[in-house]
Design a protein around this ligand. Structure first.
Ligand SMILES: Cc1cc2nc3c(=O)[nH]c(=O)nc-3n(C[C@H](O)[C@H](O)[C@H](O)COP(=O)(O)O)c2cc1C
Ligand code: SF4
Length: 470
């Protein structure tokens, strides 16, 4: 059986009582009997790594926050449920099935680092999940689970950068989602603290990461490691979309071959088609068809120049045009860039425009040379990872599919529009719905008819956003 059920329940858990009836609550109970250092030790031994993209060891992150605590103010736990990576729908699926599991993990994290506040950072547009989380918080408080830890749902904007951890903190603090220089373990939320106070750190963890915590604490590290590989223990909740028979979300053991994941969740390629390539979100190198038997694990996918990211596998078949995919990725990332680092925004826009010309079979050799040059500069002096994502994905597509690029350059290949690469709105009836509004989004982040020609960080410099807390 390829699909397993550790954090992704086969059917929705409807109440806290239902969660407890299925073994829920044991992690929190066990954590209350343990010293925080022992909880960190157990999470470290389990080898749990962050499921939000970077795969950072969770125990180490918690340890660092403990070391950076200040006597003046307590740290905060932020549950990253922004889920903005194109091709990802796993966090919302986990929350739809069992928000109590995530909440239990967050309470354990809070107890471990000594936090007095948990913020569930969601998007205003995730209305159903927001309601479900609020109801779960109320039930947990009524049942005495919170023990003085305040829990809030924050309804953030749809911007991709909102999911980047330091931008997430900026947004909760009432500003725009522009990444910070200072890491979140050094400086967490500033709201509620005074200027004289040294800033308290924040733990920012992905939803799926926290969904793993309760069972690790209750059942132990050895149990967690019965699935997965030594470097990637446990499971991964993967999303499969694109040119497959169906779209969906499923949980697999780390180390399962990618082809098996695509078959089990997506039903394999569509009738009469073959897989040409797979994107693992829009952060790492493309996976060509010859590498489809690579194990889905941090080390397995990194070894072929790609990465696990958030387990978002976007599949392309032999009818898809890779120049159009490159143009679509470049457009998404260039639009979403905030402009604090000029190369990221300006080279990104330049890349998107020239790649659109290439997929439209209108590019000249000079355009192609500029594309190659800009790929070497786009990530210069970048504050966050978005610029490197642009470099990674586009470079890898150009390198893996040189004949397709040459055929567009010579005009041999028919013109195609940039592919729609955007955040997922939903997966319903085995069909993924992408946010088509992204096609209208301007590089200044407005939906105006014309772009202002300036970058978001300047465009919004003097305006105060209105995000919702409650
Ligand atoms: C541009 C960008 C967007 C991101 N979006 C998300 C997101 O939507 N959800 C998420 O969990 N992490 C996202 N991340 C990763 C977070 O910055 C951070 O690494 C993560 O929340 C850490 O949690 P983890 O250690 O549990 O994985 C994003 C990173 C970047 C650079
Ligand atoms: S790298 Fe790009 S997205 Fe990140 S802070 Fe700089 S300009 Fe903004």
């Amino acid at each position: 059986m390829t699909l397993v059920h550790r954090v992704l329940y086969p059917r929705p858990i409807i109440s806290l009582e239902d969660h407890v009836a299925r073994g829920g609550g044991k992690g929190l109970k066990a954590a209350r009997r343990m010293e925080p250092a022992a909880i960190i030790e157990r999470v470290l031994e389990s080898g749990l790594r962050g499921r939000g993209g970077a795969g950072f060891p969770t125990g180490r992150k918690w340890q660092t926050v403990v070391e950076n605590r200040t006597p003046e103010s307590a740290p905060t736990v932020i549950v990253n449920a922004a889920e903005g990576e194109p091709g990802t729908f796993k966090d919302r699926t986990i929350l739809r099935r069992n928000p109590y599991l995530v909440l239990e993990g967050a309470l354990i994290a809070a107890r471990t680092v000594g936090a007095d506040l948990i913020v569930f950072a969601m998007k205003r547009s995730f209305a159903g999940e927001v309601d479900r989380m609020r109801a779960a918080i109320e039930e947990a408080e009524d049942a005495g689970w919170s023990e003085g830890v305040r829990m809030l749902v924050f309804e953030g904007p749809d911007e991709y950068l909102y999911g980047e951890e330091s931008a997430l903190l900026e947004t909760i603090d009432g500003r725009w989602p522009f990444p910070r220089v200072v890491p979140t373990f050094r400086r967490g939320l500033l709201s509620g603290t005074s200027v004289e106070d040294p800033p308290a750190p924040a733990v920012v963890n992905n939803t799926e990461t926290l969904a793993n915590v309760a069972r690790i604490v209750a059942r132990g590290a050895a149990w967690f490691r019965t699935y997965g590989t030594p470097e990637s223990p446990g499971t991964m909740v993967c999303t499969v979309t694109g040119s497959t028979r169906r779209h969906g979300v499923g949980e697999v053991r780390m180390g399962t071959p990618l082809r098996e994941v695509i078959d089990a969740i997506g039903g394999g390629p569509r009738r009469g088609r073959t897989v040409k390539a797979v994107l693992s979100g829009v952060a790492v190198g493309v996976i060509p068809a010859e590498k489809l038997d690579t194990p889905v694990s941090y080390e397995g996918l990194a070894a072929i120049g790609s990465g696990l990211g958030s387990g978002a596998f976007i599949v392309f078949d032999d009818s898809d045009d890779m120049a159009s995919v490159a143009a679509g990725v470049a457009r998404f990332l260039a639009v979403e860039s905030c402009g604090q680092c000029s190369p990221c925004k300006l080279d990104g826009i330049n890349l998107a425009q020239r790649l659109a010309k290439l997929s439209g079979s209108e590019a000249r050799q000079h355009d192609f040379e500029v594309i190659q040059k800009r790929l070497t500069t786009v990530a210069d002096r970048s504050r966050c990872f978005l610029a490197t994502q642009q470099q990674n994905v586009v470079t890898s597509i150009l390198e893996n599919f040189p004949e397709e690029m040459a055929a567009h350059l010579s005009g041999e290949r028919p013109a195609s529009e940039p592919a729609l690469i955007a955040e997922l709105l939903d997966i319903r009836g085995e069909v993924a719905y992408l946010d088509e509004r992204h096609l209208l989004k301007q590089p200044d982040w407005s939906y105006n008819k014309n772009d202002s020609g300036t970058v978001p960080v300047e465009y919004y410099a003097n305006s105060v956003p209105h995000w919702g807390v409650g």
